[in-house]
Design a binder for this molecule. Structure first.
Ligand SMILES: Nc1ncnc2c1ncn2[C@@H]1O[C@H](COP(=O)(O)OP(=O)(O)OP(=O)(O)O)[C@@H](O)[C@H]1O
Length: 520
């Protein structure tokens, strides 16, 4: 039985043959065994050194496979679609070829755009580019809303010569690109701000477009950023020649020498191609969604034959508990995990807030926890994530917003306090652990009536086995006396928060009214 598909969420039987012919004959990533950095053909030695400084001695299979289709024999002739498990190294799989391809560019202008759904994830990916791009002279910028738009503008575009020397010849100004970065990592909202408002910001020279977490990006419209970007990068009508006032016609000195490839469907005309890489651990197969990408002769790189794969060293457990005692079961489980780093996922910001407020009324808990949700200020969230990464906090309680792509070293445990609504949600939540070949465990709390649905859901995730984990009844019983007073304090605390907000005129957090988001 197919999980209830809701608007925007395509849940089709994982074993159904893909609609799109090109998805039926993927390159099997498992056919690659990875290789030492020194053995990757044509890798720029400066990049090899940078990778070694990052502690990377060998490449993962997906990175080797992607390299072969971009720098190797595949030579970027086809757009690359990567469907590979969480934590398998997809970021470097696209970052390395793009940096290598741009390492020979002569003029600095925006040639690679990487778009991701959240600021945290975008900043994480920018760190990877920052570690490799500068060694070959490339500059990397970000447009994620972490700083003011004015600061971003000054980092992204230089003042045009016309502003500096009003008498300068206009034609010369048109020639000189004003973007100060070669590679831009962006979230859709800020990208659209710069497209619409930042003078000198241009995508006309773009050669590479990467869409990470593609299934989520295609599901959430984000002010129709994708059609806007695709349209702006169409070079149809872009005259590659510069017609001087003296009647001479020259090849525009700054025309991007994109990989001129004959595009199918363009009647054989030479057409500079925008090379695209799209990727996810749960890449959509929905033709209507994929058509938005205008992929050129796409090639699918897939891990194994299943639609979804979970990390090999991930162990899954389920705990069946009474819903009214779930907070106590969570405390007992967290006590068992002895302060190891752990992410706790709930179904909504409101549920995260309630749970973390309630836990605050239990004294002497043997672990430090914090809420991590949109109800908090951005600065608070950033500090919380930093403290969690550095070990100052053991447990983060949040929503699916922190499920996509975020990598936290040493994260051993993920707990689904609320059952994930879809298999994709499960894969991305559980995928915060057992990354890069490490082991990890995912515990899911279930009420009796949820077990059957959950088991069916897990069958779609590569037939993942899931053992039953039980908690000592007596440990739960010892917490019950505190529990009832904690519940009372919780209601009082939420009431006073609500009255404070209504007195101060603050909007009640949208999270408290939010329907279940199918963010995944
Ligand atoms: N070749 C490598 N050798 C060792 N570690 C690596 C290698 N490639 C990537 N890593 C590390 O593996 C971790 C996961 O990589 P990455 O975030 O790219 O995975 P991902 O496939 O994008 O995961 P997700 O689907 O969750 O976004 C990162 O911390 C990265 O530093």
């Amino acid at each position: 039985m197919v999980a209830m598909a809701t608007k925007g969420e395509e849940e089709v039987p994982a074993d159904r043959v893909p609609h799109l012919p090109w998805m039926r004959y993927p390159v099997d990533i498992d056919a690659f065994s990875g290789c030492p950095v020194a053995k990757l053909p044509r890798l720029d030695p400066r990049l090899a050194e940078a990778l070694q400084r990052m502690g990377i001695e060998s490449f993962f299979p997906v990175q080797e496979a992607a390299w072969m289709e971009t720098i190797g024999p595949g030579a970027f002739e086809r757009d690359v679609c990567i469907n590979s498990p969480t934590g398998s190294g997809k970021t470097l799989a696209y970052a390395l070829p793009i940096v290598q391809m741009l390492s020979t560019r002569k003029v600095r202008c925006l040639r690679a755009l990487v778009v991701l759904p959240t600021r945290d994830l975008a900043l994480q990916v920018k760190e990877v580019f920052d570690a490799i791009a500068p060694v070959v002279g490339l500059s990397v910028g970000s447009a994620v809303g972490q700083s003011s738009i004015a600061d971003e503008v000054s980092n992204l575009v230089r003042k045009s010569k016309q502003d500096l020397y009003p008498t300068i010849d206009e034609e010369y100004v048109k020639m000189e690109p004003q973007t100060k970065v070669d590679i831009l990592v962006a979230t859709p909202g800020r990208l659209m701000d710069h497209i619409n408002m930042t003078t000198g910001f241009s995508l006309e020279h773009l050669q590479y477009l990467v869409i990470d977490e593609t299934d989520r990006m295609l599901r959430e419209a984000y002010q129709s950023w994708l059609p806007t970007v695709i349209q702006l990068t169409h070079s149809i009508g872009q005259d590659p020649f510069w017609h001087g006032t003296d009647g001479k016609t020259l090849l525009h000195p700054l025309t991007t020498i994109r990989r001129l490839g004959v595009e199918r469907g363009f009647k054989g005309k030479c057409y500079p191609r925008l090379a695209k890489i799209v990727l996810s651990a749960t890449l959509t197969q929905d033709p209507s969604k994929l058509s938005q990408l205008e992929l050129h002769h796409p090639l699918l790189l897939n891990s194994g034959t299943k639609r979804y794969r979970i990390p090999t060293k991930l162990e899954s457990y389920k705990l069946i508990c009474k819903s009214n005692l779930k907070p106590l079961s969570l405390i007992v489980l967290l006590q068992e995990l002895q302060g190891n780093k752990c992410l706790v996922f709930t179904s909504s910001v409101e549920s995260s807030h309630r749970l973390s407020t309630l836990l605050g009324f239990f004294e002497n808990l043997p672990f430090k926890f914090s809420e991590y949700s949109r109800l908090q200020r951005e600065s608070t969230r950033r500090k919380t994530l930093e403290a969690f990464k550095e070990g100052g906090i053991d447990v983060l309680i949040g929503t699916d917003r922190m499920a996509r792509g975020i990598h936290i070293d040493g994260l051993r445990y993920v707990i689904n306090y609320d059952m994930p609504p879809y298999v994709k949600t499960y894969i991305h939540r559980a995928g915060r652990t057992a990354r890069a070949g490490e082991s990890g465990s995912c515990f899911t709390f279930l009420r009796k009536h949820e077990v059957k649905t959950f088991d069916k859901m897990l069958k779609k995730a590569d037939n993942a086995s899931c053992s039953l984990h039980s908690l000592p009844e007596e440990s739960i019983e010892t917490l019950r006396p505190v529990f009832s007073s904690a519940l009372k304090k919780l209601e009082e605390s939420l009431e006073s928060e609500a009255s404070k907000k209504s007195n101060s005129g603050d909007k009640i957090p949208s999270g408290s009214k939010r329907k279940r988001t199918n963010q995944k």
